[in-house]
Ligand binder design. Structure first.
Ligand code: PGA
Length: 233
């Protein structure tokens, strides 16, 4: 199993210094760890945590061009960035990213042979109306137009992100089955994300077909991150 730390828009330089120092000096095995920091922090993570795959949390639509403020996937690839998180619900909800845009980004990442973590998740209304499976099927639709390689899928119910609320391992197992039945077995791995913490990871890890976790809040504390790594190791 892998643990992907999604650091979102957090940590100033001194925090990153301490974060990396904590991980390195722990002497723990970091083999299962991937980290997606802010683009600004990538060089430091790559320099000081050489064995850990480092990724982007989002990317520009095309490989290059006049798109002030965006991060290019071909530039990222040339700097050794190994993966990109795409379709995160915060990108969809806060920045209004459309399925077409996300599809284009996945295709651009694939042209760079970069690994993609594609996030899907239903909102609370879908869940209340028993529409969770349909909502996920809708979001999986774009995968019919991508190459069948280097794609991980992260199931992240919106109502569980940053809220402390959790689906049961059975809910996650059923959703993983649904994802497999919808698109087949070609994806590299299925991750779960949403309020994952050292206290609940033992129970969550019982979910079927699970390849790891995408972790936001708890990954900001390197002590919690190491506990998570030990639990899945
Ligand atoms: P959380 O975030 O662990 O803070 O719920 C997960 C995510 O947004 O990927």
């Amino acid at each position: 199993m892998i643990i992907v730390a999604n650091l979102k828009m957090n940590l100033v330089k001194s925090d990153v210094d301490q974060y990396i120092e904590y991980l390195v000096s722990s002497g723990e095995n970091l083999e299962s760890l991937w980290i997606a920091p802010q683009a600004l922090q990538i060089a430091q993570f790559k320099k000081d945590l050489k064995s850990v795959p480092i990724g982007l949390q989002n990317a520009g639509l095309t490989e290059k061009g006049s798109f002030t403020g965006e991060n290019s996937l071909s530039t990222a690839q040339s700097y050794g960035v190994e993966f990109v998180i795409l379709g995160h619900s915060e990108r969809r909800e806060v920045f209004g990213e459309s399925p077409d845009e996300i599809l284009k980004k996945i295709q651009t990442a694939q042209a760079q042979s970069m690994k993609v973590i594609y996030c899907v998740g239903e909102n609370l209304e879908d869940r209340k109306n028993n529409r969770s499976y349909e909502a996920i099927s809708d979001q999986l639709q774009i995968l019919t137009e991508v190459k069948k390689k280097n794609v991980y899928i992260a199931y992240e119910p919106l109502w569980a992100i940053g809220t402390g609320l959790l689906p049961s391992p059975e809910d996650i197992s059923n959703m993983n089955e649904h994802i497999h039945n919808s698109i087949g077995f070609w994806m590299e791995g299925l991750l779960y994300g949403g309020s994952v913490k050292p206290e609940n990871v033992h129970s969550l890890k019982k979910s079927k077909h699970l390849g790891g976790f995408l972790v936001g809040g708890a990954s900001l504390d390197p002590a919690k991150l190491l506990k998570l790594l030990k639990s899945v190791g």
